[in-house]
Design a protein around this ligand. Sequence first.
Ligand code: IVH
Length: 677
Amino acid sequence: MTTGAENRISDLIERIRYHNDRYYVDDAPEVPDAEYDELVRELVELEAAHPELVRPDSPTQMVGADPSTLFTPVEHQVPMMSLDNAFDRGELVAWADRAQRRLATEELGDLVCELKFDGLAVSLRYENGVLVQGATRGNGRVGEDITANILTIKSVPHRLPEGAPRVLEVRGEVYMPLVAFEALNAQQEAEGKPRYANPRNTAAGSLRQKDPATTATRGLSMWCYSVGEVQGGPALNTHSATLEYLDSLNLPVNPETTTVDSLDKAWEFVERSEGMRHDLPYEIDGAVIKVDRLDLQQGLGATSRAPRWAIAYKLPPEERTTKLLDIHVSIGSKGKATPFAVLEPVFVGGSTVAMATLHNEDQVKAKDVRPGDTVVVRKAGDVIPEVLGSVLADRAPDSAEWEFPEVCPCLHQQPLIREEGDAAHYCLYPRCPEQLRGWIEHFAARNALDIEHLGEQRVRLFIDLGFISDVGDIYALPYESIRELEGFGELSVANLTAAVEASKQQSLARLLVGLNIRHLGDTTCELLADAFGSLDQIMEASVEELAEVDGIGPIMAESVHEFFQSEVNREIIEKLRAAGLNFAGHADNVDEEALPQTLEGMTIVVTGGVEGYTRDGVGAAIKARGGKSPSSVSSKTTALVVGENPGTSKLDKAEKLGIPVLDEAQFQRLIETGELP
Ligand code: IVH
């Protein structure tokens, strides 16, 4: 399901981008506006239904759905060029030799060594010292006007000091400092949203936001490394003097920049940059060596793509070998079983890696990695550790192919099931402790039941202490025992109780989100809540009825049906019902005060069908009048109402405990007057 949406989103993004180029860059649109609008509309809708699939580089994130609000194109008077690459010392030497030969009689002279910042190139235009325009590089000739977003970057001055040139175009790299990236991801996680993959793409996405207020929150920064069009200003003969001049105008120039007098020393800088890589507060992907003298730069000129007076040394993505100790399976909050590599810890890409995801069974097979193998590990996008494959020469002769485990690693050892057309295995046992923590956290999350004061640590603690074994237990926490725990004062217990109580009023849609049903997201939960109006109706709906709802596909319908078929899930639902959660409609509709509170303080259990009420409705009617309506009889029960086709166990128990038993007419009178017969 997700894969289908994901593929369609990629396809749409590609097509929209293509048409953007025809329209904005070539000025020659290939399709009528309406056809273009249709593509954008479909993308917007898909992204709304799958917020987790919204890519930071999606055109909707950059430009909004209306093409007229796209960033305006900016033509670069001096083209923004790229750089040729060198991947080893030999290629660096070859570059210098070529340049030297081209200059025939001259030495290359000093070389400026800079870091190669991993962000995106921009051009800032200052007129009479005032920042008037910021543009992306685009295709080098035409970029996009992102002035409003550039103005939010703190390190970029809006105004240059007195005496700045009439026109000064400054080029540089906008990047996201690592702290800003981490902070953004921490916020994403806190909001239950997916992490951004790497600082560079995130910087690009942040800079192309439609709303500059969003860009302003992203903590972007910039390093300036060259100039474009310049009118007025001092005569400068070298690149290093240009950088010094930019620095004197308060423009951010990177302090690691150095000028050296030989290629050997430039190579030393390159090596140093490799060492520096993981200590810098921003990401680099190499070093750039530039001929310092501007007259020599001019003599060397440029190819259509890149100047001949500069070369980028690209740092390789770091790779290391280590031992694959074992392959384990972790169980996510929805029961998804993900294999991961347990590695002999290895330092790679700036941190120690001891685990790496292997995604799914097919990936393990494709990589042919086996416990005991020596494996190659690297940081994908320099963030997520990845096992590339095994060193086959080092493989032990008796090594065996890894088999996906048949049962869940938890103590219940329920089967792990891989359905047709799905790459993932799942443990479908709702009380699987491996899933439990994730489920409880998901249930309490802001987009679900929003239970403040029930954070990750407390969830872990309550599970460890045996206070919670499913989400229903959240409503039966032993507060007396909790009060005794370290770190729980009166106030924090009161806060927790209040938050748990308040969550009972959350809407049906949120309750559905909390139930953590496979393949359902926030939007699809809302669709179901709107279509059926009560949890009981959803529980009783057939796969066909569920699939009739607009926006609910057959896989989702199947998954919802399957969820409610499970005996354990039904037990959990009954716990939630007994606790008084809102099973019917929206929180806003609950208006208890509107009815006389005739049943205040009473606990009325119902067995069998009561005329004039749905199963859910009778409980709601009791609650709306201030009563409680749990599903089982206990010594606290005020009365048992016996309707059509009653269950015998409740009746037996009520009789044993001497609890009054009411028929439907007596129940009706009780509801109206609050009087027991
Ligand atoms: S100079 C005409 N210097 O690398 C020369 N570029 O791979 C223009 N980059 O598009 C580029 N750090 O976005 C230069 N110190 C640096 C750089 C740098 C990063 C980026 C820039 C360029 C890309 C080429």
